[in-house]
Write a protein that binds this ligand. Structure first.
Ligand SMILES: [Zn+2]
Ligand SMILES: [Zn+2]
Length: 237
C-alpha cells in the first residue's frame, strides 16, 4: 500500500467550493431539509455551489404515487428545480446530478454528473440497466460516474474499470469506511472526491471539493473533474 499523503488544506486555495453529494427532502425520503433551505444553509456555510444528487432507484420512485415516466421525472427533478431557483436568488450555483442505485445484481450507489435533466425524460428507468450498460449509454453523452461510499456497510464495491472516480470522503461514513475507499481509489488510480451526503442540517458543509475556477453549469463541472483528477477535498468531521 502506498502512503496516503495529506490532503491540501482547502481553505488555503480559495476559489470554488462545491459539495458533490446533496439530497433534498422533496425527493429523497431519507432527507429532512427542503431544497430552498438546503441552498440557504450552503450559502451561509460559505459554499459557491452544490450538486443535487437525489436518490434515483426503484423503491424511491414507488413512493411518489405517480405512474407515468414523465410524472416520475417531474417529481424526481423537483428538488433540483426548487434548489436552482433559490440558488439564483441567493447566489449559489446549483447543478443537477443524481445518486443512482441499480436493481442488481449487488447493492451499490453511484453519483452521476453531467447528464442533462431533459435526457432523463427520454430514457426511462436507467436504474434497470446495471452499471455496465448504463455507462455504455451515458458516458458518450458526457456523464461522469463516481462511486459513492463504496465501503459503507451493506454496499459492495464495483468493478473499478466501470467508474470514473471514488467518493473517498463521505460525510455520513465512519472514518474506517472512508479510509478503505481512499485505499481503493489509490490502488486503482482513480480520482478522489469528497461529498457531505447531506440529508440533515447537521451535515451541512462536511464535504466537497475546491475547484480552481468558477463553474456555472454541469458541463463545466465535469470538465473540471476530468482536468483535475486530484482536487483539494473538504473533509470535516
Ligand atoms: Zn438517502
Ligand atoms: Zn447520498
Amino acid at each position: 500500500m502506498s502512503s496516503l499523503e495529506p490532503n491540501p488544506d482547502p481553505a488555503s486555495l480559495a476559489p470554488f467550493r462545491i459539495d458533490t453529494h446533496v439530497h433534498t427532502s422533496e425527493v429523497s425520503t431519507c432527507a429532512r431539509v427542503p431544497a430552498r433551505d438546503v441552498v440557504k444553509l450552503y450559502k451561509l456555510a460559505g459554499y459557491d455551489g452544490i450538486v443535487i444528487t437525489d436518490h434515483y432507484n426503484s423503491w424511491s420512485f414507488e413512493t411518489y404515487g405517480v405512474k407515468t415516466w414523465p410524472r416520475i421525472m417531474d417529481r424526481y427533478l423537483s428538488g433540483y428545480r426548487e434548489a436552482r431557483e433559490e440558488g439564483e436568488r441567493v447566489g449559489l450555483v446549483v447543478l443537477p446530478g443524481m445518486e443512482i442505485t441499480f436493481d442488481g445484481p449487488y447493492y451499490a450507489d453511484f453519483l452521476v454528473y453531467g447528464l442533462d435533466p431533459e435526457y432523463l425524460y427520454h430514457f426511462p428507468a436507467l436504474h434497470k440497466l446495471g452499471l455496465r450498460r448504463f455507462r455504455e449509454l451515458v458516458v458518450p453523452l458526457g456523464a461522469f460516474v463516481s462511486h459513492a461510499h463504496p465501503f459503507r456497510a451493506g454496499c459492495t464495491p464495483a468493478d473499478p474499470s466501470l467508474i470514473d472516480a471514488v467518493e473517498v470522503y463521505n460525510g455520513g461514513n465512519d472514518p474506517a469506511e472512508n479510509r478503505r475507499a481512499l485505499e481503493f481509489a489509490r490502488r486503482h488510480g482513480l480520482p478522489e472526491l469528497s461529498g457531505s451526503d447531506f440529508h440533515h442540517r447537521s451535515a451541512v458543509g462536511r464535504g466537497g471539493v475546491v475547484l480552481p475556477d468558477r463553474v456555472g453549469d454541469m458541463t463545466g463541472f465535469v470538465r473540471a473533474l476530468r482536468a483535475n483528477p486530484q482536487l483539494p477535498r473538504i473533509e470535516e468531521a
